[in-house]
Design a protein around this ligand. Structure first.
Ligand code: F6P
Length: 303
């Protein structure tokens, strides 16, 4: 591989090179159909695990352990903090997000967040993140991320990456990505807001379009390219009290990227970048997208 991306942050180029080369390895395996079998085990977070989840985790871990700037690696597939070196940065990963969607041919991907000053679980928070984004394993191998305050998109052509700045901010579209399966047990404020978003009699000029891949990276790629609102709320049902998505390696990196594009995020009350981290695998309700749509969610909760 040839990876020419140069970070504006010190000592980060090697970490990006490791992430990019692991993503190439995983994508090559996925293209061969390797590891795509239904679950036989579950991971640290209690989610079903397919063989490819483990292969992806190992690919990232093996690549990152060669870099002297990585202190800890945290992964959805591993219990705690995995010490690599005394370097300044720590990397949190969802090595194969949307793996169940990958089983049926929907794009999956990997989510990454790079933190500084991270020594214990609570340090993997939205104040210490310096880079965040995701790879897409779809028709092509792609990457979208914020390196500090700069946003990039890239594509791999089989031998080289072309990574270019994304400028112009977050686009705008009347798109809502949500799994509405639990709507009868959502909090009442959200049931009301949801009904209002889809109220075709409400005189709205542009009705919402519902889009749900059940693969966060695929839904977030659409967000980066078109705009909208992505939501995975909590529900008053066992297992969904804090939603489904993980704060450290799903919500925070996506919120960081979308903020760098001029968008916003909330858990309903505050930015996802301000939610205190207690444990590495904790869940959080997630709303990410255009600022006006996030403001409307927070206003609906307060109303
Ligand atoms: O966290 C895993 C994940 O697959 C996300 O990629 C996706 O947004 C979500 O879960 C889908 O959840 P559900 O299967 O409940 O729609």
């Amino acid at each position: 591989m040839s990876q020419s991306f140069q970070s504006q942050l010190e000592n980060m180029d090697g970490i990006y090179a490791a992430l990019f080369s692991a993503a190439e390895e995983i994508y090559a395996e996925l293209k061969k159909g390797v590891g795509l079998k239904f679950a036989t085990s579950s991971n640290e977070s209690g989610d079903d695990q397919i063989e490819m989840d483990v292969i992806a985790d190992e690919a990232f871990f093996n690549a990152l352990k060669e870099d002297g700037n990585v202190r800890y690696v945290v992964s959805e597939e591993r219990p705690g903090l995995n010490k690599i070196s005394d370097g300044p940065y720590s990397v949190a990963l969802d090595p194969l997000d949307g793996s169940k969607s990958a089983l049926v041919g929907i794009p999956s991907g990997a989510i990454f967040a790079i933190f500084e000053n991270a020594e214990t679980a609570p340090d993997f928070n939205g104040k210490n993140i310096v880079s965040g984004g995701f790879f897409v394993f779809g028709m092509n191998l792609e990457v979208y991320f914020a390196d500090g305050d700069k946003v990039y998109g890239g594509i791999f052509d089989g031998s080289d990456w072309s990574v270019l700045p994304i400028e112009g901010g977050l686009p705008s579209a009347e798109i809502l990505s949500i799994n509405a399966q639990n709507q009868t047990v959502w909090d009442e404020w959200l049931q009301r807001h949801y009904a209002c978003l889809f109220d075709t009699k409400g005189g709205r000029e542009k009705p919402q379009n519902m889009r749900w891949y059940a693969s966060m990276v695929a839904d977030m790629k659409r967000m980066v390219l078109q705009g909208g609102l992505f939501a995975y709320p909590s529900a008053n049902i066992k297992g969904y009290e804090e939603g489904k998505l993980r704060l450290v390696y799903e919500a925070i990196p996506m919120a960081f990227l979308i903020k760098a594009m001029g968008g916003s995020s909330t858990d309903g009350e505050r930015s996802l970048l301000e939610v205190p981290v207690e444990t590495l695998h904790q869940k959080t309700p997630v709303f990410i997208g255009e600022k006006a749509k996030i403001d409307a969610v927070e206003a609906a909760r307060k109303a």
